[in-house]
Design a protein around this ligand. Sequence first.
Ligand code: SF4
Length: 213
Amino acid sequence: MRALARAIDNHDLPAVEKIAEESQEDPFEVLISTMLSAQTRDPVTAAASARLFRVARTPRTMAKLTTKRIEKLIYPVSFYRHKAKHVKATCRILVERYRGRVPGTMEELLTLPGVGRKTANLVLILSFRSLKNICVDTHVHRISNRLGWVRTRTPDETEQALYKATDDRWWPYINLYLVTWGQNVCRPLYPRCGACVIREHCPRIGVERTSAR
Ligand code: SF4
């Protein structure tokens, strides 16, 4: 983790981290941009979030937009129709149940439409400064298994296994470090093992082919 901390300095922050930094960790912007980011490339998430926040920056104003308008603003994020519905429904609940604020517990966050553990954990880590959560997305799941930290089939299993397998001082950073590494070096196909600063510590479990560069 120390080697990764140094190495990621040379790479761009993932889209949601950048949005968190620019919005002073605003929970609403982190929540919505994380919802948009699922299975979507970072530049597309960043551009879609910027278009949406330009029009509406609070649950109250966003709840007033029609689903069609949200769809148009966030296109071409993947599953934009589903996501637009979830964004609108989530904003309504935030207004009606939480007085226009994003709640700060896992249980409450999971009641919001379209919000799973990945999104809830990231909101808790980035906006509520939680030190007790690990956010596992596809990059964290893949790399933790390649490194042999866990042996799991799903991101939810990986999250639970990582609480046991890793030192808690790293929990809030695991997502940032492994997502950055996964986007740039430990890619899904053809990971760049030759350029990897942690190759000496990595058994490369399940890696069949690596990149020549
Ligand atoms: S050595 Fe290869 S498989 Fe292991 S973390 Fe680095 S890029 Fe990923």
